[in-house]
Design a protein around this ligand. Sequence first.
Ligand code: NAG
Ligand code: NAG
Ligand code: NAG
Ligand code: NAG
Ligand code: NAG
Ligand code: NAG
Ligand code: NAG
Ligand code: NAG
Length: 415
Amino acid sequence: MTSHPSQNHRILFIFPLALLSLFLLGTFRFLLDNLKNNQFQFLWQTSFSRHSKFLRVPINVSENEIIEESCNVFEGNWVWDNVTYPLYREETCPYLVKQVTCLRNGRPDSLFQNWRWQPHGCNLPRFNALKMLEMLRDKRLMFIGDSIQRGMFESMVCLVQSVIADGYHSIKRVPPRKIFRIEEFNASIEYYWAPFMVESISDHATNHTVMKRLVKLDSVEKHSKLWEGVDILVFESYVWWMHKPFINATYGSRENVREYNVTTAYRLALETWANWIESSVNPQKQKVFFATMSPTHLWNWEWKGGIDGNCFNETQPILELYWGTGSNLEIMSILKDVIGKLQVDVRLLNITQLSEYRKDGHTSVFGERRGKLLTREQRSEPKTYADCIHWCLPGVPDTWNELLYAIFLQDYRNH
Ligand SMILES: *[C@@H]1O[C@H](CO)[C@@H](O)[C@H](O)[C@H]1NC(C)=O
Ligand SMILES: *[C@@H]1O[C@H](CO)[C@@H](O)[C@H](O)[C@H]1NC(C)=O
Ligand SMILES: *[C@@H]1O[C@H](CO)[C@@H](O)[C@H](O)[C@H]1NC(C)=O
Ligand SMILES: *[C@@H]1O[C@H](CO)[C@@H](O)[C@H](O)[C@H]1NC(C)=O
Ligand SMILES: *[C@@H]1O[C@H](CO)[C@@H](O)[C@H](O)[C@H]1NC(C)=O
Ligand SMILES: *[C@@H]1O[C@H](CO)[C@@H](O)[C@H](O)[C@H]1NC(C)=O
Ligand SMILES: *[C@@H]1O[C@H](CO)[C@@H](O)[C@H](O)[C@H]1NC(C)=O
Ligand SMILES: *[C@@H]1O[C@H](CO)[C@@H](O)[C@H](O)[C@H]1NC(C)=O
């Protein structure tokens, strides 16, 4: 853990400029997605008539695929593995948004795709798409959060889609959701845009900007009515909060707009969310996960004593213990505290530490800003234009899903 004394004031409001790259996807993409919808409905209808390629089979979970309770899978290190990784290829998965296809966008090295997460106390099971789908049979899996969470959603879609017959899968957009439906398994993998979890003025699926933020700290219903009854919920919410150290919010009366410091606001929002979990989730039927902060690599003085660089040009993970200032410890302890008090079992996907090591995994200048790929001129100015928040795919979010898969297998065996 390193820190640079004169830079400490930056700790809380880490993202002002960097965040510009995230938002405002624009109308063009929206139209494009609508076109895809029509195609989707056609496919959906035809796929009903060709039931069922896959027979329902019990999953064979072998002993070495089960993680012992005593193993903390979130503690470990990255090991080079260009034999079994990546788990899929950019060009074989049609569902990646342009923002994350770093190789296609011109990234010269693919080294970031060849690292395997190795927990200290055990081995992770190899991801098996058929087993995953069998565990999702008759279920809905929903990822809820911001564009980081959309990466996790796309990763999961790409991890499973290769085993579904070509032409019989597609993503349908039902804003603020995206739905990947797998008819053969009567299953769906969904994404729900809710960057603050609670309601806010940024809830429109495509027309939103982090510059104007107003959150309703005691109100989640507009979202939660679409979360009701979902079998597996995976939440995440972080970077949008961190734009500035203060945020305008209402709590109680709608007219009463007040500035809150971000940590206070985050706690109130999380408590609102927690109340919904307690009153609406049936722990016998539903599983709930919460992914901790996805780290950023905005200042290379933190890991190599650079001067004013960022994640640009990084091609290797950090191999010693490292924690950057972008991952706010106060937010972490609020998560621990609020989730720890719940009656309903919400499991933390504590992906922060393992992702902290991956300064090489970001889209950098091989992504988008405001819905457009960077131009050659912009690429030559990484200080301004590198995106050190989002992740390339295949890449780090695949590991988050491998961890989820490992937990599912464990549950499946124990149920
Ligand atoms: C299940 O796995 C075990 C060990 O790998 C193997 O011996 C057995 O044949 C498998 N059973 C089925 C039904 O695939
Ligand atoms: C995999 O990595 C090893 C060690 O760096 C290297 O010697 C080998 O050429 C690599 N294989 C491929 C297919 O890239
Ligand atoms: C499909 O799954 C839903 C639950 O997600 C269930 O209510 C429904 O009965 C299932 N349909 C079939 C044909 O099994
Ligand atoms: C986006 O939202 C803003 C404010 O809500 C509105 O003024 C603007 O017209 C919207 N833009 C589009 C393209 O819908
Ligand atoms: C909150 O709103 C007030 C009044 O519109 C504005 O002056 C202030 O800058 C806003 N604060 C933040 C953190 O956006
Ligand atoms: C945020 O506000 C709360 C309550 O007013 C206060 O206890 C806390 O110290 C503040 N935190 C920061 C970082 O300013
Ligand atoms: C990026 O890496 C390349 C190759 O290692 C090097 O030539 C170049 O100077 C680096 N650029 C920056 C801005 O660090
Ligand atoms: C997540 O992991 C980090 C590092 O291993 C640890 O410091 C933190 O307390 C963990 N968070 C929670 C909520 O358990």
